[in-house]
Design a protein around this ligand. Structure first.
Ligand code: ZN
Length: 170
């Protein structure tokens, strides 16, 4: 199984490319991503997190409290609009293991993507799903949740991850 890349790996800072068409190879990458995401108990994964610079995201949300569950693949996802209403929520990231911070994001977004049946989907998303999609779509442009923090705080979190790696704790 592919390993998840951790900060400060440079691929996490690169922009993923649009898919001109969805090929079998891209479906296989998405399947591979799903496996890695589920194995790491992640809510979502962007292709650059396992080293592919392609606009592919996988999502797996189980919100038992709100009786909400969803699991799907997005090709070429793009956010069309953001609600003015914002909400703070604690975020983590599989590429920044064991580090968390409160991040403010729009409570609702309109998103467009191509699904695994190669159909163009456009819909409004809110709650935890809107949160996860904003986080993952940021990844595709090389952006991480720690970029919303002060550089001081960001560097502390990166140092903590480096230390975990050095001590072989992750
Ligand atoms: Zn992430």
């Amino acid at each position: 199984m592919k390993k998840i890349l951790f900060v400060p790996h440079p691929i996490l800072r690169q922009k993923a490319l649009d898919l001109k068409s969805i090929e079998k190879e891209d479906i296989l990458i998405a399947e591979e991503m799903k496996e890695v995401m589920l194995n790491a108990s992640g809510l979502g994964l962007a292709a650059n997190q396992i080293g592919y610079l392609k606009k592919i995201i996988t999502i797996n949300i189980e919100d038992k409290k709100n009786n909400f569950e969803t699991n799907y693949i997005l090709f070429n996802p793009k956010i069309l609009s953001y609600s003015k209403d914002k909400i703070k929520m604690e975020e983590g990231c599989l590429s920044i293991p064991q580090q968390y911070a409160d991040i403010e994001r729009s409570s609702e977004i309109e998103v467009e993507y191509i699904n695994y049946k190669k159909k163009l989907i456009k819909r409004k998303v809110k709650g935890i799903e809107a949160r996860v999609l904003q986080h993952e779509i940021d990844h595709l442009s090389g952006k991480l949740f720690i970029d919303y923090l002060s550089s001081l705080k960001r560097n502390i979190l990166i140092k903590k991850v480096k230390k975990l790696v050095k001590n072989k704790e992750i």
